[in-house]
Design a binder for this molecule. Structure first.
Ligand SMILES: CC(C)(COP(=O)(O)OP(=O)(O)OC[C@H]1O[C@@H](n2cnc3c(N)ncnc32)[C@H](O)[C@@H]1OP(=O)(O)O)[C@@H](O)C(=O)NCCC(=O)NCCS
Length: 153
């Protein structure tokens, strides 16, 4: 499958100093959703290479029903580019709000811990083709950004 959704309740242990869900908890869910999507697609162990474009649109409340939807939008040789959208709602209602979005890239690993090829994903619908184009444009943009943001320590 090229898409998966994880669902769970935001727990009291996920709280930040303002009483809402901690940003670190959201990033962990993004990583877990991306990881599950990549492993499911490749059938291999995968590691996170890159996380970018993370935007927190709205806070998540403790007790909210959270959905982390991960969708494969491009494959390279060993890499899988995955769009993750997090949404949340009060379980007493059906008003789901998109709270966070980002792109995560994972690489499939062989038994020696080296990146290894995955089966290519081919977009079939117009929407999927658009998403792949978006992933490729981001990849090109990252080349310049990576240079500008290279570690200085
Ligand atoms: C992932 C890792 C093995 C890649 O090693 P590497 O020597 O850069 O290997 P490669 O150059 O073959 O890169 C692997 C893939 O990552 C991609 N990649 C590398 N840097 C990237 C970046 N900044 N953004 C997006 N993708 C990137 C490469 O394009 C390549 O994809 P491709 O095979 O589809 O072309 C290595 O960086 C690593 O072990 N990182 C730590 C991973 C980790 O601990 N993650 C957190 C816990 S899971």
């Amino acid at each position: 499958m090229h898409a998966i959704t994880l669902r769970f309740l935001a727990e009291p242990t996920d709280v930040n100093y303002g009483g809402k869900v901690h940003g670190g908890a959201v990033m962990k869910w993004i990583d877990q959703a991306g990881y599950t999507c990549a492993v499911n697609w490749s059938g291999l162990y995968c590691v996170t290479v890159y996380v970018g474009g993370i935007r927190f649109y709205h806070p998540i409340r403790i007790g909210d029903l959270v959905e982390a939807e991960a969708r494969l939008i491009h494959t390279g040789t060993s890499s899988m580019h995955i769009a993750v959208a997090v949404s949340a709602r009060d379980p007493r209602t059906n008003d789901r709000l998109k709270t966070t979005h980002c792109i995560i890239v994972l690489a499939a690993m062989d038994d020696d811990g080296k990146p290894t090829a995955v089966k290519p994903w081919t977009p079939s619908t117009t929407e999927e083709k658009g998403l792949q184009g978006y992933a490729i444009r981001l990849m090109e943009l990252r080349k310049d950004i990576d240079l500008a943001m290279r570690p200085f320590l």
